[in-house]
Design a protein around this ligand. Structure first.
Ligand code: GLP
Length: 241
């Protein structure tokens, strides 16, 4: 596990963008796993700048997002589909036919999850999976539980997650109560993982995840079992490590 501690949010974002862009330059047909939430916004901003000013070419990559709320329409500004279009896809030369995000309006959820998993498998292994971390230690939307789901599945969101994510919605009531998420095995099957965390409110969970026991009650603790993990923290998130 490589741990980088950067001076602030901007430096954390730049480091993450540098690593992701190096992956794309080295292997233009990379399969990239993408994350949403507040944390990677700065990384996406830097990637857009790299595309515009440094010819970073997204045209051959394939992407799979970790998760999506359920139910939610693509044109809802809180959907992760909308987020990805706004923060990255609308601003770079990505081929949208190679972009994958779980369908938050799928009628047949079991089939959607199975298809998503099949598409990931058919694309080959994910070259680099970007991750954030929930204040409760969730990765994607894999919430703390007595056991974790291996593959893409429908999740009942934790009260803590609904609370934490309500800051992006007009009210707590508007936060969807469920989500579609890659499973822990899907995530762990990526060749490389890169987790970003910023701010004091992530300090305790970062410590528990990377220095504590491996437990499904802290899904991010499973990262300790992966052979190629990069963790990029700002000073606040690293303050307990
Ligand atoms: C969200 C997402 C996660 C994300 C996490 C942290 O619920 N499903 O993929 O990593 O919560 O979000 P933030 O970066 O806004 O703290």
């Amino acid at each position: 596990m490589r741990i980088y501690v950067e001076a602030n949010y901007e430096a954390m974002s730049k480091k993450a963008a540098y690593i992701l862009s190096s992956q794309i330059r080295l292997e233009p047909q990379s399969v990239i796993g993408l994350a949403t939430g507040g944390t990677p916004v700065g990384m996406y901003k830097e990637l857009v700048r790299m595309h515009k000013e440094e010819d970073l070419d997204f045209s051959e990559i394939t992407t799979f997002n970790l998760d999506e709320y359920y139910p939610i329409a693509k044109d809802n500004p809180q959907s992760y589909y909308y987020y990805m279009m706004e923060n990255l896809f609308n601003h770079v030369n990505i081929d949208l036919s190679r972009v994958h995000i779980p369908n938050g309006m799928a009628q047949d959820v079991a089939k959607e999850c199975e298809n998503y998993e099949t598409m990931i498998r058919n694309a080959g292994r994910i070259s680099l999976q970007v991750l954030g971390i929930g204040p409760n230690g969730h990765i994607g939307f894999n919430e703390p539980d007595a056991q974790l789901e291996p593959y893409t599945h429908l999740v009942d969101l934790d009260e803590k997650t609904i609370e934490a994510n309500s800051r992006y919605f007009n009210s707590r009531e508007e936060v969807p109560k469920q989500a579609l998420s890659m499973g822990v095995k899907t995530i762990m099957s990526a060749k490389k993982l890169m987790l970003l965390a910023s701010g004091q409110n992530k300090a305790e969970i970062i410590k528990e995840s990377i220095m504590g026991g491996i437990t499904p009650e802290i899904p991010a603790s499973f990262l300790q079992l992966h052979p190629d993990v990069t963790i990029i923290l700002d000073k606040e998130a690293a303050s307990e490590v």
